[in-house]
Write a protein that binds this ligand. Sequence first.
Ligand SMILES: Cc1ncc(COP(=O)(O)O)c(C=O)c1O
Length: 383
Amino acid sequence: MRYFDNASTTYPKPEEVYRAQDVFLRSAANPGRGAHQFALNAARQIFDSRLAVSEFLGIRDACRLVFTGGCTQSLNMALKGLSWQPGDVVLTSALEHNAMMRPLEQLKKQGVGIVQLPYAKSNVIGADDLRSALSQKKIRLCAVSAASNVTGETVNLADVAQLCAQYKVPLLVDAAQSVGVIEQNIDDLEISIWCASGHKGLMGPPGVGLLYVKSSVEIEPLIAGGTGSQSENFAMPSDYPDHLEAGTLPGPAILGLAAGVRFLADNGIAKIAEHEMMLAAQFLDWAQTQPHIHIYGPKTIAGRLAVVSFSMDGMTPDKVADILDSRYSIAVRPGLHCAAAAHRTLGTIDAGLVRASFGWFNTVSDVEYFCQALSEIAILATR
Ligand SMILES: Cc1ncc(COP(=O)(O)O)c(C=O)c1O
């Protein structure tokens, strides 16, 4: 299988990631539940993982980094845990994933308004559009993704954060696609809430995500339950991370995530990103010589991740992906990519697009094979 669906989840994982999960399952039990060796071992391993991931992300206070089940869960916990007043407005971008749009849609029932910024052709969010929207009185939160999972376009987060700070509007970032690919020192930016997946660029397994909440931000827990601490109280502890970590943590997935992060740190995030962008450039350059293939988003690698969506004349995205899979054993993702807002913005809501997302374990010859397969499919499509 040639796997070009790394924006869904990276595959394969580094060997260390498989091994770390196995080690946890064989040597650790439930952290914070009991004082026997296996419980202590679990607590120690999870503590070490929290420190390693925080350090990698540039978060000084590791306690404020909460482990969740994934980026969708992090976004829901953040958006639903803030206290809202009817009439509050959330500002968001034109390219958001349903993990952002669906919880926002639910907030409408509490009288919260949602304003989507226009789609700016460079950097997704135009500075003038953002400035004029932020100057409106009722903006309570700016909630945007750092990179689109459809076009691969990146947002200039430093500029957005600076403008939000200027207007004293808290910024929530969905970093599902950018984490592990774009180097980020979270504490260096004015970010109030930061959400990410563990199973994409960080190379961890599914089942773990991240939620960072700045100390000045209040979030009510969406899920309440046992934490192994302050068990005499019915109220959730106010200390982090317990405040937002009810129930047994996914220990194997957390250990796998920490192993993924160590793999990135050892190899260097810049080297990995350079390799992925080289493959994206190879594909983009080829695609632009093909009259029947149309790229969405930037035509070069500037301002994007190694995520490239396209359409093919004469064939639906579903059909292209189906032939790639069944005849060539190539994995891509067709359709709407759980991002209806983005596809509405792009005018591709009816059939969607074909998305190819390149990863560290792909090679130049994989991409050559992919291009050759698409050339053959294009002949079928235009017959
Ligand atoms: C931009 C974006 N946000 C959120 C998510 C949801 O992430 P998770 O699968 O970790 O819940 C995704 C997943 O594809 C995504 O691309």
